[in-house]
Design a protein around this ligand. Sequence first.
Ligand code: NDP
Ligand code: GDR
Length: 365
Amino acid sequence: MGKVALITGITGQDGGYLAEFLLEKGYIVHGIKRRSSLLNTARINHLYQDSHEKHVKFFLHYGDMTDATNLIRIIQEVQPDEIYNLAAQSHVQVSFDTPEYTANADALGTLRLLEALRILNMVERVKLYQAATSELFGKVQETPQRETTPFYPRSPYAVAKLYAYWIVVNYREAYNMFACNGILFNHESPMRGETFVTRKITRAVAQHKLEVGNILYLGNLDAKRDWGFAGDYVKAMWLMLQQEKPEDYIIATGETHSVREFVELAFRAIGVNIEWQGAGIEEKGIDAANGKTLIEVDARYFRPTEVDLLLGDATKAKAKLKWTPEVSLIEMVDMMVTQDIKWMERELLCQKYGFSTESIRKAKE
Ligand code: NDP
Ligand code: GDR
């Protein structure tokens, strides 16, 4: 029998990659999914197994990080060997609009999971991975950031994740629990949510390529991030739980780039060179070939408090976990742009011809 993993946040970007990775490793994978009016399983549909079949290895359970009794029941039923706590209201800007909910899901949600294990007497039997974040570093105290760099969170999201970080450390020390914080820097993929800056940009590039693009409105173009590929980062989550001792690790590429540079790379993937004109709120990105404005700045996307510079030092993970990122930023940008063009083409076909079998037949003619 394979090991049993329980993933919270399985419908998210990392949840999909991690579930696939663990299934390939022979795990039985259980995921917690929130009830929603639409199915919302696009990232895991390819992993779905009909529960009426024999030897099923992938299961979904309805649940929510704000519902303690539900978490207790699921853990009792599933009896996991490893829990990966990926569920969170993960959008930094949205956390300024929904600070209480973000604290409830991200901070108290982590506590509920830990308490469920204590109530069920499973603290010393289950290994736990906590999705911590480079947002903990917030206002720059030291560059590059390592496991010892002091935290200075700059958003309700980061403050909630700070609580989650420390409560995991506390349960490890108080109850001898095998629990690790993975302090992951930004990681992206074609499955990234559409409102995070990288995916917002690659979707706009796809629209431009297919000649249905409007102006792309962005906020702070000078923010710098250490962007890696999500597929590489989920391996590190698993590696942390396979060590002899539970510890916290930075996972990062060791390179930092501005949002402006990301825009340039993404447009270059379709052969468009961007030139910048003006400054501050008046700044514009134009197509160098024809002077057409493609990007403008919109103050709506500025945050009340910003994280200016993230750059991670993953020396510890490289030494102890033998982990290194494999996909470069340019490769990832190409991957995202190529996939968004394919999806956008399909979206446009459906808009034009509708979704029925008959209209698909006509579209093919
Ligand atoms: P996503 O936003 O793509 O996914 C978040 C997941 O959490 C979704 O499945 C979402 O469900 C679920 N979720 C949200 N609220 C609740 C709740 N109250 N109860 C149960 N499930 C909930 O995030 P990522 O996959 O990108 O990130 C995974 C984790 O890693 C998050 O905790 C994030 O904060 C953290 N992180 C991410 C980084 C990144 O760069 N991607 C970097 C560092 C940390 P639904 O689909 O229904 O919305
Ligand atoms: P981040 O990711 O806040 O780093 O959190 P996001 O992609 O939202 O922002 C990155 C930087 O880009 C700037 N920016 C914009 N951001 C968005 N979303 N939309 C815009 O139009 C825009 N214009 C400029 C932002 O100000 C910011 O500086 C992500 C999430 O996955 C978190 O859950 C995770 O913990 C951290 O990464 C590490």
